[in-house]
Design a protein around this ligand. Sequence first.
Ligand code: 6GU
Length: 280
Amino acid sequence: MRLDVVTIFPEYLEPLNVSLVGKARARGQLDVRVHDLRAWTHDRHNTVDDTPYGGGPGMVMKPEPWGEALDSIMASGEAEGLVKPTLIVPTPSGRPFTQALAVELAERPWLVFAPARYEGIDRRVIEEYGELLEVHEVSIGDYVLAGGEAAVLVITEAVARLLPGVLGNAESHRDDSFAPGAMADLLEGPVYTKPPEWRGRSIPEVLISGHHGRIARWRRDEAFRRTSENRPDLIERCDPATLDKHDRALLAELGWEELPGTGGATGGARFGRPDRPVEE
Ligand code: 6GU
């Protein structure tokens, strides 16, 4: 996979040289190219921003450097036999970045990232390339960062670990929280390793029982407990058709009740917790 990043802070992308992404690059599984947006400016001050039309605080990134940068990067990829990149524009006003989108992006041969600083990029850039390319404006969460570079690091790591051969163990993403599959839409429960006792704390007995069935059941229960506590929205959205009797009993114990006829993939019941005071 080829990955281009256009930024006014190329040093911000240094972490792409370390750890999983760095190793994938060293092995030739990822071809990462970081570009300085100011290379496509022509004035003495290498200006990339200007005041917003209509007034208001902050600055807006000018369209011309972005247009030249993206045209030049697209031409270089095409010269190397690539067809069209997928353009990712990290922005707090984008759609939420999810594991499903990471899986989709991991199938693309070429991604170009356009992280904005200031109040954003002139809208005409997104319109222009939206007519030529697949463009995704994505947010990594409900908070505001000073720029999209940290989001590029986040998205790159989420995508790179899905590339064939990047993770050591091919099994490693099957049980990921949010991965489609067996433990779909549940958070992972707690994990333990040696020593069996640390500072007077032991590990759950079931994990050394050798009963694979009981261990799987315990892990699933813990996943439900953690999801119920930390992400009740995931329980509300869960499809009751994927639950067995034990799951239903545990959810009832955690205060959830089945609501009839409110949807679900099969049009069946969903879960809600009645009479819960609003938590902060
Ligand atoms: Cl992608 N960019 C910025 N600047 N802030 C964010 C974000 C992105 N995602 C969440 N907050």
